[in-house]
Design a protein around this ligand. Structure first.
Ligand code: APR
Length: 241
């Protein structure tokens, strides 16, 4: 199966990639849905990843994101991130990388133009529509920081459940999925839409869909090839330059 998928990649004029938390697992970043080690085994997503959860307990949610940012400061991109970056550098224009990850590891590995479907954990934005007095750089330090004048709170610049994805980013990813010859779906449970829908879009448009995952995923049935294994081991082979 790996040989077949590698041949598809070699022949492909356009490759679209969707990554999820699994690609960062080998860097030491917890995933969400893995039993025991995933964040959602410990926390309820509605508490930690919704606007309602944040409004109910802003400090608890802010502290969790601050903890995750600290954790990311101590980890490095792995061979999976690096294989994607090296391929795109060797063949500019051939690969479009969309990620659900907010960890910045693709960018740190050298990938340019990453389509961050779920935002960026290192960015902040205002919880409520900002007033003229709201300036992020003047926010009063706190957990969360706030506007001294109106009390507006800063929140993590990520997409929470029930929130729309950044439209231009999503549309660019959808265009890439529709136009690609091969779609690689790497390290995602495929449980969250519209991101997971990119795989269906690619399949419907005629692409070969390849899943890379250590465990069964909801997108296995959509794939022409399922490569069972770790992204850090498989991607350097699949994307050999
Ligand atoms: N290599 C490849 N796949 C792996 C590896 C690895 N080394 N380790 C774990 N996986 C797989 C798991 O088997 C699982 O299918 O990665 C997947 C991780 O799934 P999730 O934890 O559900 O992460 P993801 O699919 O990215 O979640 C989507 O859900 O909570 C939200 O916004 C959050 O972006 C996130 C979204």
């Amino acid at each position: 199966m790996l040989d077949t998928a590698t041949a598809w990649v070699r022949k492909a004029r356009r490759i679209a990639v969707l990554t999820g938390a699994g690609i960062s697992a080998e860097s030491g970043v917890p995933t969400f849905r893995d039993a025991q080690t995933g964040y959602w085994a410990q926390f309820r997503p509605e508490d930690m990843a919704t606007e309602e959860g944040f409004r109910a307990h802003p400090q608890r949610v802010w502290d969790w994101y601050a903890y995750r940012r600290r954790l990311l400061a101590d980890v490095l991109p792995n061979d999976g991130h690096r294989a994607l970056a090296a391929f795109a550098q060797a063949y500019p224009e051939r690969l479009t990388l969309a990620t659900q990850n907010v960890d910045g590891l693709h960018q740190r590995a050298g990938s340019a133009g990453v389509l961050c479907l779920h935002g960026d954990i290192f960015m902040h934005r205002w919880l409520d529509t900002p007033n003229a007095c709201c300036h992020i750089e003047l926010a009063i330090a706190g957990a969360p920081p706030y506007c001294e004048c109106c009390g507006n709170l800063l929140r993590p610049g990520v997409v929470w459940f029930g929130e729309p994805l950044p439209l231009a980013v999503l549309e660019a990813a959808q265009t890439a999925a529709r136009r690609c010859d091969v779609m690689l779906v790497i390290g995602t449970a495929g449980a969250v839409y519209p991101a997971a829908g990119l795989a269906h879009l690619a399949r419907t448009a005629g692409a070969q869909v390849v899943v890379v995952n250590t465990a069964p995923s909801a997108l296995d049935e959509t794939a022409h090839a399922v490569l069972r294994g770790a992204a850090g081991a498989l991607l350097p082979q699949l994307l050999a330059i």
